[in-house]
Design a protein around this ligand. Sequence first.
Ligand code: SF4
Length: 351
Amino acid sequence: MDSEAPRIHWHSASLRERYGLPVWRLGIDAGFSCPHRSDDRLLGGCRFCAPDGNISAYQKSRPVLPSVEAQISRALEFTARRYGAQAYFLYFQAYTCTNAPVETLRRIYDETITAFARACGQLYETRGPGLPPKVAQRLRVSPQALKGIIVGTRPDCFDATKAALLAEYAQRGLEIWVEFGLQSSHDDTLSFIKRNHDVSSYRAAMEIARHAGLKRTTHLMLGLPGESREMMIESARVAARTETEGIKFHDFRIARGSAFARSFPAGEIVQIHPARLPSLLADCLEVIPPATEIMRLSSDFRPEECIDLHPPLDKHILAHLVEKELIRRGSRQGWRFDGGLGGPSLSENGA
Ligand code: SF4
């Protein structure tokens, strides 16, 4: 084993390889609702889901802008000015972003791509004057900076016609990802957290997306009430066997306003201690294929949005601790993937 090679196959590193520079996600609320919530987005839904339907932390930290173009302009200016960003994915993130007839989806996706191009065109012209030349120069973002689209959705809100629509954008040269919430591969857990779909619908949606040539991300939540360590690792195995191209791990957090936040004071649920995460994540990474791109290891909330008994680990510190744990084991992502290189069994490494 090359001890210098990265232990985790990070999505960010893969994007840098594919495009030669960092790619930024512009999280968008395009006005979708969720089929699992009431029309006004406020009632029903998964027990862990915050009322805002997982809009990006960046968008949450500022006043909500109803227009997609305004959202894009603001995020574009911020990332270009502060980081010199020159490559982007448009990320349809809030609620369920395939929850509309296919022609409506086409209109929304097309309008958003057009809004991106327009925002790029206006950025330097409207914001540059008056800025020092070096800063203004960073605001020259080409419409070709758009590299792809990401669509977050539920497995039961996806079908072959929606997959075919997204495949059209792939044919136009964009990298297209569909993000499916699975959270757990155990139907009892899905029922307990009120996901309102089962594991078989996840597998079916993954297959539809694969046939259409789309890249797929699976969301998994670690520490859900009632789940043992082995159950969580099994969820990672189930996702791995679908050959999912990407995985996002979330640690279970009690979001204020969620149904779990209401049941928490009654003692119905407990939270995983952050100190358990590094070795648990190392276990999960070991059963995931080496080629799967890891997009995140923990949830992304601002402190005031959750009920936390223990301060959560900073995401960079967590990543460092997971890497350290893999090094300690002489292991890496994919080390125990079925059909992979093979390695020590769970009991041998004391997990
Ligand atoms: S499907 Fe997504 S948006 Fe809808 S309630 Fe569940 S987590 Fe929230």
